[in-house]
Write a protein that binds this ligand. Structure first.
Ligand code: ADP
Ligand code: MG
Length: 623
């Protein structure tokens, strides 16, 4: 048997460094977290050569006493945790006491620090974790730590580093996360002598977002707020139109700590359901504040992941915060940004940008204890017995009278069963008696776009997209009721055997949506009823499209499959672009669009475009 030895502290530090210090960006993360914990109001991050040659972090925090500077670099040395019980409620970003030891073991360090109010400071240098020099020094209050030649003594590690540009980019995202998680701190980032970021530290998330992510991004943001019991959610989410091709701009913070979380990601994306194209992802900056004891931050060496005591409650709080924001959406926002922000960001005056104020008034009674229709995390789909109509998974909450439900389409409301008319063409519902309208129908362009004038604006409405959305919402809002239209005589259509098989396998789901389909033998299907009055000019094509969705839907949940089928139904029943419509048919549609009730088609495309008089005047050089 080999003998067993206790590791030398240096070897243990090197191993810890492997976990904590992966690349220059991790050094930046750890050093800046220490600055935050030290109560800094200003933090400057400087790097050279992607951070491999130098990472220097300067803060104006509490500083370190001269007699403690060596201790700070010992493994498991911390000022943030003393007793076991404190581990259950950690209020600082750091607590493991290993970052400085780990960084020091793989670099050359110079620390300069002066406690607030102290007459002088101290300078300590170390190489590979070994003390080289310590001397009193004149230095500003606060702490500066310079980390040079990272991994100089671990060449194997050095080989894994990417080029300077990639390492700089990783540092930039670490700095961005810092700036966004602490808008009250002014964060400056200097790369190879050039200032890349400078946030004002005015305490406003939108100022930090404006500087760190850019003006265009900040303009497409909606404020999200929600408080449920002890959980408070605040921040911003993007309009569906401002979604992106990946998730890199989804930022989640728990009590000011940047984290990665599949749970929160699911809560946000669930809230956007049916507003986004597949492959598009909402942007979000969301901070969740919850009692320290309700979250365990000690589950990951770099503290990037956390565990929640009550996942469901956190999911719901975030879901409803985002739904609320999307509900209140009233167009792109103008940012109330201070002049100092603009100067810091070197950006022009956003007042020149069009749009409404960012902060929509809070809706009373919105926050309340209710559960969100959840994603895969909590879905309980009741067993779908043969011959028994499928009942969709209902959110597990009781409706309180005072609570206004944020989304009619996601909550099945009880309704009287609808009689099935034999055939009632109803292209667009036209409500009567007609209320006085504040808009004027101008005409229809290209047989596709409805032109409407209201106030000082001209609106172009994509009639097919808008109608599709209306029908989709209508279908979704009555999932219990048959919405079928019996056909006068069944339509027989020949499809291939596989399509017929898939349709018949999913007969329950389709019946529930208003279809009545029978096996007609030899790959033929008899259609006896369809939801709404779907266009059946190409019945086989429609059935094939639906079967295609059901086939690929096999691995997903039933709710998603239903939505997919409803998309097809809504699309087939909606008035078509390319065919002229009777203006009277369009009234209800225009009302819904102008009232803001219908904004995006089920695939996430906008349904209307507003041209203001001033925009037009400017285009014609009248202004
Ligand atoms: P942890 O942050 O987990 O406590 P670190 O190794 O990162 O462990 O830091 C060790 C200690 O050094 C901290 O607990 C803190 O007391 C002190 N320290 C580190 N950086 C700073 C700083 N910038 N300002 C003041 N104190 C600091
Ligand atoms: Mg630390």
């Amino acid at each position: 048997m080999p003998r067993i030895y206790e590791m030398s502290p240096h070897l243990a530090d090197l191993i810890a460094a492997g976990e904590v210090v992966e690349r220059p960006a991790s050094v930046v993360k750890e050093l800046t977290e220490n600055s935050v914990d030290a109560g800094a109001r200003f933090i400057t991050v400087e790097i050279a050569a992607g951070g491999m040659a130098l990472v220097r972090v300067t803060d104006d925090g509490c500083g370190i006493a001269p007699e403690d500077v060596e201790t700070a670099f010992l493994r498991h040395a911390t000022s943030k945790l003393r007793r076991e019980e404190e581990l259950a409620a950690i209020g600082t970003l750091g607590f493991r006491g290993e970052a400085l030891a780990a960084i020091a073991s793989v670099s050359k360090i110079e620390l300069r620090t002066r406690e607030r109010g102290a007459a002088e400071g101290v300078c300590l240098t170390l190489e590979a974790g070994v003390k080289r020099d310590k001397a009193p020094v004149g230095t500003p209050e606060g702490t500066t730590i310079a980390v040079r030649d990272l991994f100089y003594n671990t060449p194997a590690r050095q080989k894994f580093m990417k080029n300077d540009r990639a390492e700089s980019a990783a540092v930039a995202s670490a700095v961005t996360r810092l700036a966004l998680s602490h808008p009250e701190i002014s964060v400056r980032y200097v790369r190879d002598g050039k200032e890349e970021l400078h946030t004002p530290g005015d305490g406003r998330l939108q100022s930090a977002a404006y500087c760190a992510l850019g003006r265009d991004f900040a303009r497409g943001l909606l404020e999200a707020q929600n408080k449920m019991d002890a959980i408070a959610v605040s921040g911003y989410v993007s309009t569906p139109a401002a979604a992106r091709g990946n998730r890199s701009w989804q930022f989640f913070f728990i009590n000011g700590r940047f984290i990665k979380s599949k749970l929160l990601q699911a809560a946000v994306e669930q809230a956007y359901k049916n507003s986004l194209f597949t492959g598009r992802f909402p942007v979000c900056l969301l901070n969740v504040e919850l009692p320290l004891g309700a979250v365990d931050v000690n589950v990951h060496p770099t503290k990037l992941e956390v565990r929640f005591a009550d996942e469901r409650a956190v999911f719901d709080a975030v879901y409803w915060a985002v739904r609320g924001a999307l509900e209140r959406e009233d167009g792109p926002a103008e940012l109330p940004i201070s002049q100092s922000t603009l100067r810091a960001a070197g950006l022009p005056d956003p007042k020149k940008l069009p749009g409404a104020p960012l902060f929509a008034p809070e809706k009373p009674g919105f926050s309340s204890a209710k559960s969100a229709p959840s994603g895969n995390f909590f879905r309980h789909v009741p067993a779908q017995g043969q011959g028994k109509p499928f009942k969709p998974a209902l959110p597990e909450f009781e409706l309180r009278e005072s609570v206004r439900m944020p989304d009619q389409s996601s909550i099945p409301l009880p309704e009287q069963p609808r009689p099935i008319p034999s055939k009632a063409p109803e292209p667009v519902p036209d409500p009567a008696p007609a209320p006085r309208r504040d808009w004027r129908y101008v005409g229809e362009a290209l047989n596709t776009y409805v032109l409407v004038e209201r106030g000082e604006s001209l609106f172009l409405i994509d009639k097919h997209a808008a109608h599709e959305r209306m029908l989709f919402d209508k279908l979704k809002s009555r999932p219990h009721e048959p919405t079928g239209q019996l056909l006068l005589s069944p339509v027989i259509c020949d499809v291939d055997g596989e399509t017929a098989g898939v349709l018949l396998e999913n007969a329950n789901l389709l019946t529930d949506l208003g279809f009545e389909l029978d096996d007609f033998g030899d790959g033929a299907i008899a259609i006896r009823a369809v939801p709404l009055d779907m266009d059946l000019s190409d019945p086989a094509g429609t059935l094939e499209e639906i079967a295609g969705k059901l086939k690929t839907g096999g691995k997903r949940d039933v709710e998603a499959m239903r939505d997919d089928v409803l998309h097809t139904v809504a699309c087939k029943a909606a008035i078509k672009a390319g065919k002229r419509s009777d203006p009277r048919e369009l009234t209800a549609l225009v009302d819904k669009v102008l009232s803001g009730e219908v904004r995006y088609c089920p695939h996430g495309r906008p349904v209307s475009l507003e041209l203001t008089r001033s925009q037009l005047d400017r285009s014609f050089k009248r202004a």
